[in-house]
Design a protein around this ligand. Structure first.
Ligand code: FAD
Length: 633
């Protein structure tokens, strides 16, 4: 991490200097009011907290932070995002790593017993530099709360405040009026906001207030979930296990952080159409008894139940994630948004709820910043619902398929024919959906923020519309082996990764040098047009280059100034803009299919998605892309 640009400060450099209006009483007017401190609300708050010029507050009806329970699966993609928030290492140290998944099925010799039928690597090699992790949602939320606290605004949630009403006015700078109830006293008050984001879960009041509903079906199947400390002779208790019993239902075992704790997802009763699970009065003992029957002949001796719950499976989705009706998109812009479970719910076993919810918030956060800082028109905010609603629709489809398979009986026949789900087919399905469950299958379609694929062949491995797939490199100035994608922080900036052409960057024929000259000097350049006058040159566009020359063959002082820019109050040189191949690894060009002769420019959004791939000398196309949604300074 970089620090001390504007002068040395003793102490932990991760704690930013307090700036702007720091935490205090909830004011009457805010720029952004977030409702709910689940994963979606906290990712959004953690991102906005970095911007002292934006007055953000987050309210929560609970009296304090979440302590236990709920989701626990952290997809590779979420760890990539957490790296941008600066706490991936802490997470990696504390979490359980899902390395392999095992499959158990009825023993053909005695179908009352289960037997291991398969074992697969959980995440295919090379899909992400990060593993699939398991950690209590409450701990994930703690890390996000810490990020908020260490940010310049020192943002803390306002606990014990329930949102009970919302009204969007037609006029004024802060047109959304929110009514809040103090849980302890019942006292009511209002807050006016420019924007309100409902991250208030499946029963969202924000969603209801903008007239949107969660539509979808229940699958009439009750499941129990339980975090336990237990003693068992089941040999795979420290592997993620997908277990199909002949007649007692199915179960998923998720080993948890710390080496002893384990989560069990247990299939319970089939419900009647329209029946709610609460009506069944299922007890913790019922859930344990079902788990024991499924695990037979293995034993399960539960010593402590840390948390448990029962739920019915259902997939529900709302048709739009903001307050603007489809037929008014051309005449007004959104003021109220919903994110996370407030707009999509699904079964927990595919481990997507928390992950997709956080990605919603990450998608929205930088767009709100761009609009509130005056860098983009408000119409940019339409892209949030457009992009995320279709992602959620695909999630719902995926989840329905997986949940149906997981609630079906295994087929009796050894060859997988006959009624029920063939255990081999279940394993195959799991494996094929690996990209999906890792969170890296999202692909935004060409639109305002996603360029056409005309030049995709210049860098095949950086698929336009997908998340930037990081690659190992060596930092030029100090030969540090690192991941290129890890330079990205959740700071609302765009990254322009310029993979050099074959010409030496010192030569006037170098296309990389030409790009740097265009960006630094041309009045048409996005850097010149959209960076505030008093800001550092990389305040909006962070240009990073990957050279073909080895680090021993070129010095930072040989680079165009944009790749060693002078910044901050002392005009210090930023030495962390240029990289080369790490001789111990595959070349980043070969690893990501970047054309070595002409190079390529990979344009990456603040939420780490590839927006465009262009030739280094496509200056006009680059300028036109950003002019499509950015405002001149
Ligand atoms: C009881 C429960 C158990 C779950 N179990 C699992 C599981 O086992 N596995 C799994 O993968 N997923 C599980 N989930 C789902 C997973 O937790 C969610 O997908 C994920 O938390 C979604 O994040 P979110 O931020 O959208 O909403 P949530 O995490 O639901 O957060 C919403 C927040 O908003 C607050 N809130 C709600 N209404 C208001 C209001 N009017 N005013 C102020 N604050 C409000 C709530 O108190 C809550 O803190 C569970 C969810 C719940 C609620």
């Amino acid at each position: 991490m970089q620090s001390y640009l504007n002068g040395f400060r003793p102490g932990d450099p991760r704690v930013s200097r307090a700036e702007g209006e720091v935490e205090g009483e909830l004011p009457d007017e805010v720029d952004v009011l977030i409702v709910g401190t689940g994963p979606a609300g906290l990712v959004l708050a953690a991102q906005l907290a970095a911007f002292p010029g934006i007055r953000t507050r987050i309210v929560e009806r609970r009296e304090g932070a979440l302590q236990m329970g709920q989701a626990d699966g952290i997809a590779c993609r979420s760890v990539e995002m957490f790296d941008a928030f600066g706490f991936s290492e802490k997470l990696l140290r504390e979490a359980y790593w899902v390395n392999e998944t095992v499959f158990w099925r009825p023993d053909p010799a005695d179908r009352t017993h289960i037997v291991r039928s398969g074992r697969i690597q959980d995440v295919e090699d090379g899909l992400s530099e990060f593993p699939h992790l398991i950690l209590n949602q409450a701990r994930v939320q703690d890390f996000l709360l810490e990020t908020m606290r260490d940010a310049p605004t020192r943002l803390e949630p306002d606990y014990g405040l329930e949102m009970i009403g919302l009204d969007v006015g037609a006029e004024g700078s802060h047109p959304v009026t929110v009514t809040l109830r103090e849980v302890a006293t019942d006292a009511e008050r209002t807050v006016s906001a420019r924007y309100v984001v409902g991250c208030d879960g499946a029963r969202s009041i924000v969603r209801e207030s903008i007239g949107r509903v969660l539509e979808g079906d229940a699958m009439n199947q009750a499941w129990g979930v339980m975090d336990v400390l237990a003693v068992t002779d089941y040999p795979d208790i420290r592997f993620k296990s997908v277990i199909q019993s002949a007649d007692e239902g199915n179960m998923i075992i998720i080993p948890r952080e710390g080496g002893y704790l384990v989560r069990l997802y247990i299939e319970m009763d089939e419900l009647d159409p329209g029946e709610r699970v609460a009506g069944r009065a299922i007890t913790a003992d019922d859930v344990i008894a079902a788990a024991r029957r499924i695990l037979h002949p293995h034993t399960l001796d539960v010593q402590e139940i840390v948390w448990w719950s029962v739920y019915e499976i259902g997939q529900r989705l709302t048709d739009k994630f903001d307050d603007v009706p489809f037929d008014e998109v051309d005449v007004r812009t959104p003021r109220v948004f919903v994110a996370g479970d407030a707009c999509h719910t699904h079964s927990p076993k595919a481990g997507q709820g928390m992950n997709v919810s956080m990605q919603d918030a990450f998608n929205l956060g930088w767009k709100l910043v761009a609009v509130l800082e005056g860098r983009s028109a408000r119409s940019l905010l339409h892209t949030y619902s457009a992009e995320r609603q279709s992602v959620a629709q695909r999630l719902i489809d995926f989840d329905r398929e997986w949940a149906t398979m997981m609630s079906a009986k295994p087929s009796d026949a050894a060859d997988g024919t006959g009624p029920g789900v063939d255990p081999a087919a279940l394993q195959n399905h799991f494996q094929q959906q690996g990209r999906y469950t890792a969170g890296v299958a999202t692909r935004y379609a060409p639109a305002l923020l996603t360029g056409a694929g005309t030049w995709q062949h210049r860098a095949d491995g950086f698929a336009i519309g997908e998340r930037f797939h990081s690659v190992p490199v060596l930092r030029l100035a100090d030969a540090k082996p690192m991941h290129l994608g890890h330079v990205a922080q959740a700071d609302g900036r765009w990254r322009l990764y310029a993979f050099a052409d074959a010409e030496d960057v010192r030569s006037s024929d170098s296309k990389l040098r030409g790009l740097c000259t265009f960006l630094a000097e041309s009045p048409d350049s996005p850097v010149a047009r959209f960076t505030p006058e008093d800001a550092d040159v990389d305040a909006v566009f962070d240009v990073r280059a990957v050279l073909q020359t080895p680090h021993t063959g070129i010095a930072p002082t040989d680079l165009p100034e944009l790749l060693a820019p002078r910044k901050g109050r002392y005009g210090l040189v930023d030495y962390e803009k240029a990289f080369t191949a790490d001789p111990r690894q595959d070349s980043p060009f070969a690893a990501r299919g970047v054309e070595a002769t002409g190079g390529a420019l990979v344009v990456v959004r603040p939420d780490q998605y590839v927006a465009h791939v262009l030739p280094l000398d496509a200056h006009a196309e680059l300028a036109a892309f950003f002019a499509g949604f950015m405002l001149d300074r």
